[in-house]
Design a protein around this ligand. Structure first.
Ligand SMILES: *[C@@H]1O[C@H](CO)[C@@H](O)[C@H](O)[C@H]1NC(C)=O
Length: 206
């Protein structure tokens, strides 16, 4: 069996990249978003730290922000509970940071042929997966509640790509957790340091 640390490293790296993309959603980049609202007054995209009106202005960057969009008049988007939930969107970059720690421990574990560092890789990948899963559930609540509320008022709205990037990152981290564990307990017993010793013993009996 090939060393599963390679796939674990690749999947952790993929999760880092995916969470970076999610985190540069509005007000930084309006191509990545959780919810898009389409009205004659303008199309609005919502991200982790704010919102953008497409081809127009973006809100300032902040943890937690007012849910508002032009042309949605009497629809209550900025309901207190939903507004409070926007503060939890910071969990996307936090999950990304945990994935980055998993990646770093994975590289160190591979370079030093260390079982304990590879176990730490698995632990941080798991923590990142859990945080990512929690915030994905929150995403589904906030953005579906808003979408349904808008549809009830005959305003066009759809979920954006950031939701599915988050799912992909969470999936990558769960698989990375398992493959890193396999690597830690399957191969290091016969890995670089230990393996050389075993090889010597076998080649030079007596
Ligand atoms: C949005 O809702 C929050 C919480 O209820 C409130 O503090 C904030 O002022 C609201 N924003 C606007 C622009 O009404």
């Amino acid at each position: 069996m090939p060393n599963p640390i390679g796939p674990a490293l690749f999947l952790s790296f993929a999760a880092v990249v995916l969470f970076v993309f999610v985190s540069v959603s509005p007000p930084v980049w309006d191509k990545i978003s959780f919810l898009n609202i389409y009205t004659p007054e303008g199309d609005t995209a919502f991200g982790v730290f704010g919102a953008c009106i497409k081809g127009g202005v973006c809100s300032r960057r902040s943890v937690g922000y007012t849910l508002a969009a032009p042309g949605t008049g009497n629809v209550n988007l900025n309901q207190t509970v939903l507004h409070k939930l926007t503060y939890t969107l910071i969990l996307h970059p936090i999950a990304g940071a945990l994935a980055l720690l998993a990646l770093l421990f994975g590289f160190l574990g591979l370079a030093l042929a260390s079982r304990i560092l590879t176990i730490l890789m698995s632990v941080f990948a798991f923590l990142g997966a859990i945080v990512g899963l929690v915030v994905f559930v929150i995403d589904m609540v906030i953005w579906n509640v808003l979408k349904n509320r808008l549809h009830d008022n005959d305003i066009s709205a759809s979920l954006g790509n950031a939701n599915w990037l988050t799912v992909a990152a969470v999936f990558s981290l769960f698989v990375a957790t398992c493959t890193a564990m396999l690597g830690a307990f399957g191969r290091f017993a016969t890995g670089r340091a230990a393996g050389e010793k075993v090889g010597c013993d076998l080649e030079m009996p007596r």
